[in-house]
Design a binder for this molecule. Structure first.
Ligand SMILES: O=c1ccn([C@@H]2O[C@H](COP(=O)(O)O)[C@@H](O)[C@H]2O)c(=O)[nH]1
Length: 232
């Protein structure tokens, strides 16, 4: 089932059972689901099969970052398992991203392919410590343009950069934004955060929400509150 909702719920759980317990409370008409490194490393492709069987579109968030041939093979493997979207790190460079995009095209695989710019858990000081001395916004802009020119359908960025990227890369270029924090939620390890409503208004095309829902005392109540905020 496909949905018009911008919400992608991050199933960051240590077991398949825990992830499915949450998925069974959710509705594929109301959100997509994200499978990340912890859950996939624990459960493998079985989790994709289980979520697809329940009608969900799945974003496989493994952030591939390796030599072009390796990443192209990994992206192909993900797409052949029917995921809606998969990602790589834009820092892997043009030839890596192009190889991945070309592999999908060569096999007529319609999975969306996007690239991570600067992790939402990082601030300017974190970035500088890695040796990147330009302002954080400028680095996000540079990587987003490189991703677009290398055949990506969009990027992962924070909602704070979504407006800037809508102007430079176009409204249709996907701006998938984690670091979404409703007013009732803690920031946790996220540095560049925004509320759901502000993120959509800023130009995010998709909102990734994990702990504010999955770790809430009342997860469905938290999701209802987020949806209510978005529909105001
Ligand atoms: O820059 C990035 C890229 C990916 N993520 C992932 O999104 C979710 C966010 O979860 P929260 O619990 O809402 O913080 C998580 O799975 C990350 O791996 C990101 O946060 N930032």
């Amino acid at each position: 089932m496909t949905t018009s909702s911008p919400l992608i719920i991050a199933l960051d759980y240590p077991s398949l059972d825990a992830a499915l317990c949450m998925a069974d409370q959710l509705d594929p008409a109301r959100c997509r689901l994200k499978v990340g490194k912890e859950l996939f490393t624990r459960s493998g492709p079985a989790v994709l099969e289980a979520l697809h069987g329940r009608g969900f579109e799945v974003f496989l968030d493994l952030k591939f970052h390796d030599i072009p041939n390796t990443v192209a093979g990994a992206v192909q493997a993900a797409a052949e398992q029917g995921v809606w979207m998969v990602n790589v790190h834009a820092g892997g460079g043009r030839r890596m991203m192009q190889a991945a995009a070309e592999r999908l095209a060569a096999h007529r695989l319609a999975t969306r392919l996007i690239a991570v710019t600067v992790l939402t858990s990082m601030d300017a000081a974190d970035l500088a410590e890695t040796g990147i001395k330009v302002p954080l916004d400028e680095q996000v802009q540079r990587l987003a343009r490189l991703a677009r020119d290398s055949g990506m359908s969009g990027v992962v960025c924070s909602a704070r950069e979504a407006g800037m990227l809508a102007a430079s890369c176009g409204a249709d270029f996907m701006k998938v934004t984690p670091g979404i924090r409703p007013r009732f939620a803690a920031a946790d390890d996220q540095q560049r955060i925004m509320t759901p409503r502000a993120a959509l208004q800023a130009g995010s095309t998709h909102l990734v929400v994990g702990r504010p829902v999955t770790q809430a005392a009342d997860p469905m109540g938290a999701l209802d509150a987020i949806e209510a905020e978005l529909s105001v």
